[in-house]
Design a protein around this ligand. Structure first.
Ligand SMILES: [Zn+2]
Ligand SMILES: [Zn+2]
Length: 298
């Protein structure tokens, strides 16, 4: 399986256009890597691709990745697009697919309903496009098997911020050779299901939005905590790092990192803590090729 990390930042990217925080200032001056908003492309054969989340950076992300270029006069590189939630930084890029003919979108019912309340997304649910609800049954597509892993999460603030089933999901991606990946860029807590799924994966991506719960408030960048936005912070006794410290997955990567997060600076003590625990902060453009393995599918 091939994985292309198209983007690795939370909403706004790094630098965010209206942000003068330390990380954004450093990224603007190229002292830290610039990052677009988090999105992942996966392929079993390097030809047919599946996309996880479509951000407002999708056009630039596609145009900078030769493997995702169209293979005929009009062609969509993706056999399907899977959405983890209805936050606009994960879905607004769908609008850039308006020139597509056939297009298959997959999400939970809660995400589908939330987005289709806005007429601007309605064309994506009409033929020749299709907006499928993914539930307990895995989807076999492009020689990948994709299963939804429910996680605790909130509806976006524009939809009322309610905690409800299906508001956020992770995805387990498996290929025919037995390679497994978990994509979990948003969750309110690591529960048993998420931890046990990560434990049997070859690589796992986790929500790295915020280092600490009150980070935005402490830096004067916002008024809400990570928890209020449906993100489990990385650090602290209640953080995802502690919850995943013993996870045996050989490649544990934080993605969807907000520009306020101190772990973005490789010289920081926070980045050192991650490294010591065996975690990485993934960067835009990272390509992961999972080795061929002989392993029966569970
Ligand atoms: Zn986001
Ligand atoms: Zn910033």
């Amino acid at each position: 399986m091939q994985l292309h990390v198209l983007g690795s930042a939370a909403g706004g990217g790094v630098p965010q256009w209206n942000c003068g925080c330390k990380n954004c200032t450093a990224a603007r001056a190229h002292r830290l890597p610039q990052r677009t908003q988090a999105s992942l492309a996966a392929s079993a054969d390097g030809k047919a691709w599946v996309l996880f989340n479509a951000t407002t950076d999708i056009r630039a992300q596609l145009n900078s990745d030769p493997l995702l270029a169209p293979r005929s006069s009009r062609a969509t590189p993706f056999g399907a697009i899977f959405l983890t939630d209805a936050n606009l930084d994960h879905c607004a890029g769908l609008l850039d697919f308006r020139q597509a003919g056939e297009l298959a979108i997959y999400s939970t019912q809660a995400v589908r309903e939330t987005l289709l309340r806005n007429e601007i997304f309605a064309p994506f649910s009409r033929p020749p496009r299709a907006w499928h609800v993914i539930d307990d049954e895995p989807v076999d597509i492009c020689e990948l098997r994709i299963s939804v892993i429910p996680v605790k999460g909130l509806l976006p603030s524009y939809a009322g911020s309610a905690s409800m089933p299906g508001a956020a999901s992770a995805y387990l991606v498996e290929d025919l050779r037995g390679a497994r990946v978990l994509y979990a860029p948003i969750f309110a807590s690591v529960d048993d299901k998420l931890a046990s799924t990560a434990a049997r994966c070859d690589a796992a991506f986790f929500d790295g939005s915020f280092w600490s719960d009150g980070e935005l408030i402490a830096l004067g960048l916002g008024t809400r905590t990570a928890t209020m936005m449906g993100h489990q912070p990385v650090a602290g006794p209640e953080g995802s790092l502690e919850a995943l410290r013993a996870c045996p997955c050989p490649r544990r990567l934080y993605t969807h990192v907000n520009n306020s997060n101190p772990m973005l600076d490789p010289a920081s003590s926070e980045a050192k803590q991650l490294e010591d625990a065996g975690f990485e902060v993934v960067s835009d453009g990272t390509v992961i090729e999972l080795p061929e393995k002989v392993r029966a599918r569970a």
